[in-house]
Design a protein around this ligand. Structure first.
Ligand code: ASP
Length: 289
């Protein structure tokens, strides 16, 4: 009998209406699995307690998922998860479990199980891919199986609400990685942003993903340039990514980008902000920052 592990973290897929809106409800995924499981497949459901809206999922949960999957011996894994932070967990698992030799399939839904929406179809697709799909970290959603490392959630309501931006991960043998407690964040530049506000944020951080403009430009404010240089020289890692979804950064394309690279800001290339954050987190965790 083929063995599949289903880690249920929470999310709309397993929610029911409550006094303040949808909230996680126990037992929905377990009930659905009883009818959706193909013959000859043993699906073991392990549910988080408490179940979480994905707004509450973070590095300690990524570590829990990574550790459980790394210790699993079976055909494949399904992780049911809310869609709101699916892009973060996708990037985190794809990098922490890089080169894994079984399929790990993230799955969620825009409507709960039992509501006549997308949940049953998404779950059935995830189970199929966990049984027969290629190894790696995937998202099964709206009839598609997408690479999970560069996910973008582009719609808050449509059944088809994800796409995936191709990412390049460094090659290497399978070695599960964990996320240490670090103070990291994604910061976005915007016209008129007070430099002091950015400075206050950086003062509280060990590192940050900086969402800069276009192919890699920043405002021509010497105070901003000094702030970035001071941050990197105290060891605060800054990794730039573009506010554009695709195309990536092109250092040297514009003079307005030169202060970034002079300040020691790293080039995140075509990384999504979530992929850049996961990368910073893993690299800094391994270096013991
Ligand atoms: N708020 C929900 C969550 O991310 C949304 C969803 O699952 O679609 O957990």
């Amino acid at each position: 009998m083929s063995k599949i592990l289903l880690l249920h973290t929470g999310g709309t897929i397993g929610m029911a209406s409550g006094p303040e809106g949808l909230a996680p409800a126990r037992g929905l995924v377990e009930t659905a699995i009883a009818t959706l499981a193909p013959k000859g497949v043993d699906i073991a459901v392990e549910a988080f307690d408490p179940l979480l809206d994905s707004a509450d999922i973070g590095p300690q949960h990524w570590n829990r998922i990574v550790t459980r999957i790394a210790g699993f011996r079976g055909k494949g894994v399904v992780v049911t998860h809310g869609t709101d932070t699916m892009t973060f967990t996708g990037a985190a698992l794809a990098q922490a479990l890089q080169s894994i030799d079984l399929p790990v399939v993230l799955c969620g839904a825009m409507q709960p199980l039992g509501s006549g929406g997308d949940a049953e179809g998404n779950l059935a697709l995830a189970i199929r891919h966990a049984m027969q799909g290629a190894p790696g970290i995937w998202l099964a959603f709206a009839g598609q199986v997408l690479s999970a490392v560069g996910l973008v959630k582009h719609d808050t309501r449509a059944a088809q609400s994800f796409r995936s931006v191709p990412q390049t991960l460094p090659e290497g043998p399978f070695r599960p990685r964990l996320f240490q407690p670090l103070r990291l964040a994604i910061l976005t530049l915007s016209p008129g942003l007070p430099v002091a506000a950015l400075g206050a944020a950086l003062a509280e951080l060990d590192g940050a993903v900086l969402r800069v403009f276009g192919a890699g430009t920043v405002m021509a404010d010497p105070a901003l340039h000094r702030l970035l240089a001071a941050a990197t020289s105290r060891g605060c890692r800054l990794r730039a990514v573009s506010q554009c979804e695709t195309g990536g950064l092109v250092p040297g394309a514009y003079g307005a980008g030169a202060p970034l690279w002079r300040a020691g800001v790293e080039n995140g290339g075509t990384e999504t902000p979530e992929a850049a954050l996961a990368r910073l987190w893993i690299e800094m965790s391994e270096r013991g920052d």
